[in-house]
Design a binder for this molecule. Structure first.
Ligand code: DGL
Length: 272
């Protein structure tokens, strides 16, 4: 397919390893109601959170190639794992405005913490990459950052058990260490975790500032589009187009749980 040059009325691409990024889409739709979106879920290769950086970079590159051919004016890497391990690499390769979810969440946390004790939760690969701690260091925050991998959260949420005793017990085991360092801010460094906030707040405290990547990247993108005079100028947005690389079991159930409504216009494509 020939590459088409995007314009200000072109859609914004959002990608994730699967359906979890729909939580980010939901926030972006609220923050940017006039924009149109294309959502790409790499459901054939999910999870990314257990895979090596090399593999996640390879998959992400195929997705970026797809967006480049589909006239997207900007791309949001909704997946925390891909943001943590592939963002810098993709930024060097593609001449398209690209937004990760790590940077805006770190900026948001720095601006909202009072005691400078910050917690980060994410998949194994996100936490193993140390991307959040490195970004706090880069932005010179002087924050005390503790990262904890919570690999069981994703399957628990996908099973529909986010707010059960099982989830609470597992959350207690993972999050126990945060109690010792008195965090006042917690970055939800995974697309799925907003679904589990009630349990997380029950285990930690309802007073903790929770940082949602969909919100932080949405604010950053909005600001960018405004400054660049690149906001959609047409009167209404187009319905979201969804592309997935596989139709997993429970696809509809999961999708509607993450998005809060049914998914329409879902197209299956094979890109890798
Ligand atoms: N989307 C992933 C993330 O935000 C979670 C699911 C996965 O492991 O692929 O890190």
């Amino acid at each position: 397919m020939e590459t088409i040059k995007p314009s200000q009325n072109s859609p914004i691409g959002i990608f994730d390893s699967g359906l979890g990024g729909l939580t980010v889409l939901k926030s972006l739709e609220t923050i940017l109601p006039n924009e149109s979106f294309i959502y790409f879920g790499d459901t054939a290769h999910v999870p990314y959170g257990t895979k090596s950086a090399e593999t996640v970079i390879r998959y992400s590159q195929h997705i970026m190639d797809f967006f480049q051919k589909h006239e997207t004016k900007a791309v949001v890497i909704a997946c925390n794992t891909a943001s943590a391990v592939a963002f810098q690499h993709l930024q060097q390769l593609y001449n398209i405005p690209l937004f990760d979810v790590v940077t805006p969440s770190v900026e948001f946390a720095i601006n909202h913490t009072k005691n400078k004790n910050i917690g980060v939760v994410g998949t194994f690969s996100t936490i193993y990459s140390n991307a959040y701690t490195k970004m706090f260091q880069k932005l010179g925050s002087g924050c005390n950052v503790k990262e904890i991998a919570c690999p069981l959260f994703v399957p628990i949420i996908e099973e529909g058990w986010a707010n059960t005793d099982i989830a609470e017990n597992i959350a207690k085991t993972y999050l126990n260490e945060f109690q010792n360092i008195n965090i006042d801010t917690l970055i939800l460094g995974c697309t799925h975790y907003p679904i589990m906030v009630n349990t997380i707040q029950k285990v930690l405290s309802s007073q903790i500032n929770l940082v949602y990547s969909g919100k932080t990247v949405g604010i950053k993108l909005k600001d960018y589009l405004k400054k660049q005079n690149y906001e959609n100028s047409s009167l209404s947005s187009q319905p979201v187009k969804y592309f997935v690389t596989d139709f997993p079991q429970k696809f509809d159930e999961l999708g509607s749980r993450f998005l809060g409504r049914q998914l329409n216009n879902v197209v299956h494509i094979s890109i890798i």
